[in-house]
Write a protein that binds this ligand. Sequence first.
Ligand SMILES: Nc1ncnc2c1ncn2[C@@H]1O[C@H](COP(=O)(O)OP(=O)(O)OP(=O)(O)O)[C@@H](O)[C@H]1O
Length: 806
Amino acid sequence: MPPKRKAAEDDGYESPEEEALSDQETLDNLKQSFDITALSKRARATHQTDAASFLFKKRDLWDASLKPDHPTRPLWVDDDCGIILESFNPLFDEAQDFLINIAEPQSRVSKMHEYKLTAHSLFAAVSVGHSTEEIIQRLDKYSKAALPRTVLDFIGNSTGSFGKARIVLKKTLSYIESDEPAILQKLLKDHIIASCRADTTDGLIKEAAPKIGVMAIPGTKMAAGANQLAQPSTEPQKAAEEPANPNEMIAALRDDDDEEEVAQVHSFQINSEDREKVIKRCQEILLPLTEEYDFNNDEVNAKLDIDLKPHAQIRYYQEKALSKMFSNSRARSGIIVLPCGAGKTLVGITAACGVKKSAIVLCTSAMSVVQWRAEFIKWSNINPDDIAVFTSEHKQPFKRNAGIVISTYTMITSKRNRSYDSEKFMQFIQSREWGLLIADEVHVVPAAIFKKVTFNIATHSKLGLTATLLREDDKIDDLNFLIGPKLYEANWQELSEQGHIAKVQCAEVWCQMTPEFYTEWLKPSSVQKRALLSVMNPRKFQACQFLIKYHENRGDKIIVFSDNVYALEFYARKLRCAFIYGETPQNERMRILENFQHNPDINTIFLSKIGDTSLDLPEATCLIQISSHYGSRRQEAQRLGRILRAKRRNDEGFNAFFYSLVSKDTDEMYYSSKRQAFLVDQGYAFKVITRLEGLEHQNLGLSTPQERREVLMEVLLAKEGDLAEEKIAGDMFGSKFASTGGKMKKKAGARRTAGTLSELSGGQDMAYIEYNKSRNKELKTKGVKNSFLRKIQSGYNNQKKAAKGD
Ligand SMILES: Nc1ncnc2c1ncn2[C@@H]1O[C@H](COP(=O)(O)OP(=O)(O)OP(=O)(O)O)[C@@H](O)[C@H]1O
């Protein structure tokens, strides 16, 4: 055996010699690597000060540059712009608040969070007011080691060119605006941009810059605007939880007014029809424009009479997200990422109340359109007649000068077979300017579709809403250009700890295939046939029936999801439950959903993938997935979202349950771990249940060989149509994903631990997280009614005062 290297040279990575270790040694080493005491011993032997640093590749570099007080600092930055943040560090909260502004969260498991600095994240950082110096200075403050040269260069190069110029509409005319005239001169040297110039001014247009709104005021308790970030609070979490007194904030603004000099802003006008061309060109020459709407000064478009109702109190994270959009009394286009059920709809409605101009909301399905309309009426004082719904069933525009249109991407973009009424409605949309476009579930919208949307809708600002900025086809970056940068992304675990979304126990239940089904599965056949055999596995059926009984007895309301409609119908009929899929008429859907919500005898419903998104069923507390779409992380997260909004989430010890039933030794196992990757990155752990205790003593369906053979025969005789993916009218994106065949970006696999059902449901040593009820109450009672909107307005009033020279 070759001599082993000395411990002092051991860098934690295998050398060829080490690969030759005997099996026993490898096993011992493996055991050791999971033993924290052994890790510490090993670290001491190699003269290291902590247990983990030797695990990182760049140890030598970090050894040389580690700061003397590094244990008190919360993060590591590697030279590929990766950042690892310790969530147990006392500076965690403020470091996290900062990182969320400048970097992309990659993974946020319980002890370590991973971020990455990207050109887009730095662009977003600059667009919400961070300077290059501030980013470097704060990153250095939190870093355990000196920042690598490559990182400094990357930040310098990216921020040096990003966000320096913006495209704004003033009185419906388009301007390129900047605080630095040199930037505009540089742009005008480009012949394409120069050819799009519309004004004949000699030089540049110069005017007083608008006052920065309340989000940028030092000492503001709530907002996470630029200045607040520049001067971090020592109690960031507290700051987030306690809504500020609006009067104090307005006073702070006034004090501020007296001291500051009036800054200048420079601009030149471009032809409105050349907007896209200029935006594209600026991206090509690495001077991308931010897009902002000066809605307060838009006197051309009619004002929309809309405000939040007094009972609407936006939560701190919703306000944080919105403050990124409205931080200088203008509406900045971009994307807000909040977990499913965290209230993206109210964020969109609040944005519409802030802009107070006609707005258009685009959703992925007609069902979401209905829900958006209901939410507008619930949360805002808008006159219902000012909301026009544009779907295949409704095509009546609003009558007054300003209003809201709610529609689907399909209605706006598909030209084929448009009826006369649809054509008329489209003309209505195309003939006017919109203050705000809200793009719901924006991650599913293909770039080509979104281009059609922007072509059809002349809008001053765009707000994209999503829970998972994830696409299996890796085209997510397109959104940065089509809508704008990501403005905010919330932390799922934090919101669930605070009771805004439910705490969920996730489990993967392995179901052995019955011999006769597995024999068929092993035979050469189509992917779809094998998939159907896996879903229709009688043991999976029994597991599903058992879990339904178990959870109904606990008082849960259960949604069973199946992508495969054949299986959906079979399971639902056999278990005498209602089911909804694409072809279920709207009124029947509503009847089933209403019964599920209010009828104590209807506790389980079956849904096809039409229920994946936007379905607001706060009664649901348990979710069972029997068939799903390949390895789609997006679908897994969205399905989980159906129970994150559980009404009972603040009951003491309450947990929602998410089960994925997987037929053992089939493709389902592979896809299941892929699907879980995103949720694992959000800090969820999946337990694997290999045996459902008590299942054998239950009187379950498909228990006789005769019954099982019959089902097998049915499956084998299933027609092509029964195997095919469900096509949903209005869901133009589902088929797109089918074409990816479940292929996806390489991502970390799921973290799985062994477990039993009783452990999950609290029978054994499950550690329930007790929701802090009083804190949630406190959040509610201390919320300042419509304070956010008042702040937008107060920022504007101060701006007007400044302009008048008050
Ligand atoms: N500030 C708030 N105060 C009270 N209830 C709220 C607030 N924000 C959201 N909710 C409620 O939370 C639930 C979930 O909100 P919503 O449907 O907007 O979630 P979502 O983020 O759009 O989810 P999904 O991505 O799954 O569509 C709704 O019942 C909504 O009324």
